[in-house]
Design a protein around this ligand. Sequence first.
Ligand SMILES: Nc1ncnc2c1ncn2[C@@H]1O[C@H](COP(=O)(O)OP(=O)(O)OP(=O)(O)O)[C@@H](O)[C@H]1O
Ligand SMILES: [Mg+2]
Length: 228
Amino acid sequence: MYGERPARADHVLRLDGVGVEYRTPAGSVNAVSDVTLDVPARGITVLAGPSGSGKSTLLRVLSLVERPTTGGVELRGRGTARLSAKARRALRRTEIALVFQNPADNLVGHLTAGDNLRAAAQASGRAAAVRELLAQLGLPDTADWRVSALSGGQQQRLAFGCALARGASVVLADEPTSQLDSVSADLVLETVADLAERGVPVVVASHDPRLIALADTRFDLRNGVLAA
Ligand SMILES: Nc1ncnc2c1ncn2[C@@H]1O[C@H](COP(=O)(O)OP(=O)(O)OP(=O)(O)O)[C@@H](O)[C@H]1O
Ligand SMILES: [Mg+2]
């Protein structure tokens, strides 16, 4: 079984010559071209670059949401090109956690914080230590709160907590602080740093300078190409 393989020490994800081409009525767009990179198995990796440079596209490829037009994606040393849609979905459920920009997209709004953590853990056959996780996230005593009663920043922290509860091999986040005020964003940054310290590699697409400052590894994109 895939999930039982030990993680390779050096990298969790590898892109080899990845290109993504979109066809539009105005012609084809190369959102990403010939990107080769390794995401280390430890620490915070940031994909930086201006709007339209291909950060979200690359994150979708890294998280196996989207197949690249060219090139390959390896997860923990294994190619993914030949996997069926079902096998890719299974990996996304157990190995890969995604955190989106909009807090409401990451959680089940009508469930409590505790139930969100439990559901995340169950998806990969685990049990969640809810109280301990919430305390780690700086959200003590919120187990019985509905998600909709939490602030946007608290919801984002809970979303990263769900990734931890699932035991994901890697967490990928697309501009997780961009819809937050700076105090809430700081708390989310603490959570990201905490996750990385616990040994979970985190990949973040962002142009937030404070997030970029946390990067152990940084890749800069310009017009879909990695900058030297
Ligand atoms: N589904 C799509 N169809 C056509 N073009 C697309 C599609 N998705 C992205 N693109 C184009 O690909 C390029 C890269 O977009 P992407 O969203 O990856 O950039 P980004 O770096 O995440 O930008 P932002 O900082 O604004 O979120 C852009 O030119 C965009 O218009
Ligand atoms: Mg984007």
